[in-house]
Design a protein around this ligand. Structure first.
Ligand code: MG
Ligand code: MG
Length: 250
């Protein structure tokens, strides 16, 4: 049954799935190595999730060929793991989904590989994650989607970052993408009202250049039009009476 407000059982399944998801992303963050291909990194995700017992949500989604999306530097989202080698200083965005009892969770992190400390890249990651947390902070019963969107936009604008507007957050649970859309920009008094028991994925995508993106020849990878670096952070959260619970955490 499709329910915008999830049942206690459904939420518990998402809590378990989210915990596994966060465990895998944390494992990747600790084990990513310069010189590794994105496919090798994806294999680590597959292996770790298998140990935990969850099901990868993305494999086969509209024909997506792997368990995880890995997007490097100018690639924003939906990168297909392959031969691309991870170099020192690369921004590696990892977007993963875990399903338990047919309930889906969705989360992403970006990291800088290796030891090169590029201040601009580090600041981009910090601001994008900060934007995510600012959005989550606004989430509670009765909030309009626009209030979350506006909080995200403010943080990214303050840092003069490009905001990818063609891609948005979303409801999540029974399907990977449910209503409503959660944009990363907008006015606080716009958009649908969220209620306790709804589960949504908030996912700011920001760039060091413009907002424009293009789809690459593989039909999946979305990259910045101006080849600028980009970052992506995402959590699945549960809307509660007085706030939100992050479900994709250890
Ligand atoms: Mg995602
Ligand atoms: Mg998502």
């Amino acid at each position: 049954m499709y329910t915008r407000v999830k049942t206690t059982q459904e939420i518990e399944a998402m809590r378990q799935a989210g915990k596994q998801l966060a465990t895998v992303l944390d494992y990747l963050k600790k084990n990513i190595q310069v010189g590794m291909s994105t496919k090798e990194l994806a294999e680590l995700a597959k292996k770790r999730l298998k140990e935990l017992g969850g099901k990868p949500s993305f494999l086969g989604y509209y024909g997506f060929p792997d368990v995880i999306c890995i997007s490097v530097n100018e690639e924003v989202v939906h990168g297909i793991p392959g031969d691309r080698i991870i170099y020192d200083g690369d921004i590696v965005s990892m977007d993963f989904g875990v399903t338990i009892d047919n309930m889906i969770t969705d989360s992403a992190i970006s990291v800088v590989a290796g030891t090169t400390k590029d201040k601009k890249a580090a600041d981009l990651l910090t601001a994008t994650e900060e934007a995510l947390m600012a959005g989550i902070k606004k989430a509670r019963d009765g909030v309009r989607v626009g209030e979350i969107a506006n909080a995200i936009e403010k943080v990214l604008n303050r840092q003069h970052l490009g905001i990818v507007k063609e891609l948005v957050g979303h409801g999540v649970g029974h399907q990977l993408h449910e209503e409503p859309n959660i944009p990363n920009y907008g006015s606080p008094n716009q958009g649908p009202i969220l209620r306790s028991g709804m589960t949504i994925a908030i996912e700011p995508m920001a760039t060091l250049g413009g907002a424009g993106v293009i789809t690459m020849k593989d039909g999946w990878t979305i990259a910045t039009k101006d080849q600028s670096l980009s970052a992506h952070f995402e959590h699945t959260i549960l809307i509660k009476d007085n706030g939100a619970e992050i479900l994709t955490k250890i």
